[in-house]
Design a protein around this ligand. Sequence first.
Ligand SMILES: *Cc1c(COP(=O)(O)O)cnc(C)c1O
Length: 377
Amino acid sequence: MTVPFLDVKAVHAELGPLIEQAMCRVARSGWYLLGPELAEFESEFAAYCETSHCVGVGSGADALELTLRALDVGRGDEVIVPSHTFIATWLAVSAVGATPVPVEPDERWSTMDPDRVSAAVTSRTRVIMPVHLYGHPADLEPIERVAERHGLAVVDDAAQAHGARYHGQRVGSRATATAFSFYPGKNLGALGDGGAVVTSDAALADRVRMLRNYGSRQKYRHEVRATNSRLDEVQAAALRVKLGHLDSWNARRRSVATRYRAELAGIEGITLPSVASWANPVWHLFVIRCGARDRLRELLSARGIDTLVHYPVPNHLAQAYADHGWTRGSFPRAESLAREVLSLPMGPHMPEHDVTSVVEAVRVAAGELPRPLEQAA
Ligand SMILES: *Cc1c(COP(=O)(O)O)cnc(C)c1O
């Protein structure tokens, strides 16, 4: 490929010696879990998110699951989730024995449509779980109003939105609790798995902290049956180095997105992502829509442009949820997104000439797509 989808190694070319120093510092210290690097990272990341507490855990999936467990969500409970999201959001709900109740997205920015949330609330609903998908914040305010009216918690999935702002406030500073992932390809990525829960609720943070460590606050005193899910010292040390660069990396993503949106505007058959007036997104992904998505993807690939689809199978049609009785047509917006979305190359180290190559290739490829009328014929 002449233009890769994302060059994760580029971070190391930029910061290699600093990251390696940090990792070696841990190796020499002999303290590998629940030590000083994690404590420092937790306070630095809480501050970055403009909130008071952060608990490092083993992954983004665990951050979601442990938050639900800390809120005592379980069997018989319902959690409102977006119909269109990475399946991990749903799986966290299922993991605690609760039922995901999908709500369709707003067509403009593909996050949970707040106008449809109320209708999904039942007497069993405990939590609303919006996802800041592709790095664009979900419209939290109207969702919070529904939550307040029904006495529900809001747990947002910010696995794709480190640093994004909603009405000027950082994602992570508003909800009951917010889950982050440090999967290597995320805007803030570790050199392996990692995740965190941030919250302004000290008691909730304390409960997640207990749950991540065998249900124990004090050695050999186990209050609940829990597992272990910890962000290790090596990852915490590497993340501390990277956190200092996150804002400038997000700025670079914004400038790539600005070029794409200007230079790909007005191409027939291609819909560009919209940005809400209240949103400052961090462009984890730059996702266009195209009725002839698979053909466009082939044409781009033939021109050396690597693209991905986030995500090709709607969660309600995944084999994992086959027993729920959802069928094709249950969530039409999620289904049409699954058919039409295409993620263009995007990253904090993407060179300008690669952006130019993508723009040129999309323009040429779009011209070769079958027109909608010909498709129908
Ligand atoms: C990546 C991701 C997760 C899961 O994070 P992991 O660290 O891979 O467990 C959850 N939700 C969304 C929206 C994600 O993109």
